[in-house]
Ligand binder design. Sequence first.
Ligand code: HEC
Length: 111
Amino acid sequence: MRSVFPFKRFVVFAALIMLVGALVAGCAGSTEGLLGQELYNKSCEACHGEDGLRGTQIGAGSAAAELTDRQIRGAISVGPGSMPGFPRLTSEQLDSLVEYVRELQAGSDGG
Ligand code: HEC
């Protein structure tokens, strides 16, 4: 059964590739299908807070309220300063985030 050995090696190799692939997909794909608030809570809340007013403030009354939609989109995909970029988000997801950030900015304004 000489042929068993190369096959076995191939199986181990394939399993490793699949494991690495699953790990990468698991991280990258974790925001797949999420939009708006769900996506914000998953990707942004840890740094910016539920209401956008923790850490670097992007919520009501913050400097980010002065940014254009385009600038917010750009910030999310590229990541200014020490913020990580989110280049994998779809255009639809970026739109939904801009919309949600606008809601936060409007939400507690003057409240
Ligand atoms: C690891 C922490 C972290 C995460 C996660 C994060 N941010 Fe940020 N964000 C920051 C920091 C820090 C800044 C300020 C960057 C600077 O100007 O140096 C910032 C800045 C911003 C700004 C202002 C950009 C500007 O040009 O002034 C916006 C808008 C923003 N973040 C939105 C988001 C959104 C939406 C998400 C989720 C997709 C997100 N951030 C995820 C840390 C984070």
